[in-house]
Write a protein that binds this ligand. Structure first.
Ligand code: CAA
Length: 249
């Protein structure tokens, strides 16, 4: 019998997503990377990057901005695999520009993916998790939701909103064996961060006490930790993984 826990990672073929899939698979999970099917090259790359993990990682197309698609996706997986035990919401985009230049589309597109996407995905799995009495939800926030960042009013609002959502949902499902936490990555070596102009990125790295960008695996191992069966007493938390870029208590 296959008793592996089933994990869904939205944005699963993205910069952090792939490493999160790999870590969860190595922790004994059966992982479904849910992401837009549009990037064929990236899909082939993902298949190559996870080939060593056999059937522990697979890909399924999903647009997190589509509420009904998320409902159908979760219902389908529960039928085929019996459950969704772990949900990692890692789907996210940037539309960096100062507010004075930001148009409505740049605001709405980002909100639809980064914040509505978390609602759509969590809404689709929460009934099953509470009914079964077990669930681990990990939402990917950002240090820039904690500090704000020049040119990121949209992104900072969504990432701060994610943690408000996390805390509220954590309270609602705490008695049902379901934990909900956020991870707040700092600047990591992903395509999203490498797209920041070199001079801006170099200035940011100069302010990171650890003195370098983070590695996606450093985020992934935190996600794996929070989604472990033994992590049942951590809920409503925001775990920063930022090289000391922002410290608080
Ligand atoms: N702080 C203060 N002033 C700044 C500034 C800053 N960080 N950056 C630019 N300025 C200044 C400019 O020098 C300019 O001054 P003048 O008008 O006197 O010349 C003024 O602000 C306005 O600049 P612009 O509106 O013309 O800005 P721009 O078009 O040059 O660039 C930007 C704006 C695209 C947002 C650019 O600043 C940028 O890319 N910033 C980085 C944003 C960033 O860090 N994004 C993170 C993406 S990765 C991620 O988000 C992952 C994660 O979770 C960590």
């Amino acid at each position: 019998m296959d008793d592996r826990r089933i994990a869904v990672v939205t944005g699963g073929i993205g910069g952090l997503g792939t490493e999160i899939c790999r870590h969860l698979a190595r922790a004994g999970r059966r992982v479904i990377a849910a992401d837009l099917p549009v990037r064929e090259e990236r899909l082939a790359g993902f298949a190559a990057e996870t080939a060593d993990l056999g059937d522990a990682v697979s890909f399924a197309p999903l647009d997190v901005t589509d509420f009904d698609a998320c409902q159908d996706f979760a219902a389908g997986l529960e039928r085929s695999h019996g459950a969704i035990d772990i949900l990692v919401c890692a789907a996210g985009i940037t539309r960096d520009t100062t507010l004075r230049k930001m148009d409505e589309r740049q605001w709405r597109e980002l909100m639809r993916v980064n914040l509505d996407g978390v609602f759509n995905a969590c809404r689709a799995v929460v009934e099953g998790m509470t009914a079964r009495g077990f669930g681990r939800i990990v939402n990917i926030s950002s240090v820039n939701g904690q500090t704000g960042q020049f040119g990121q009013t949209n992104y900072a609002a969504a990432k701060a909103g994610i943690h408000g959502f996390t805390m509220a949902l954590a309270r609602e499902v705490a008695r049902k064996g379901v934990t909900v936490n956020s991870v707040a990555p700092g600047y990591c070596r992903t395509a999203m961060v490498m797209a920041v102009p070199d001079a801006v990125r170099e200035q940011i790295v100069a302010q990171i006490p650890v003195g370098r960008l983070g590695e996606p695996r450093e985020i992934a191992r935190t996600v794996a930790f929070l989604s472990d069966d033994d992590a049942g007493y951590i809920t409503g938390a925001l775990v920063p993984v930022n090289g000391g870029y922002f410290m608080s208590f």
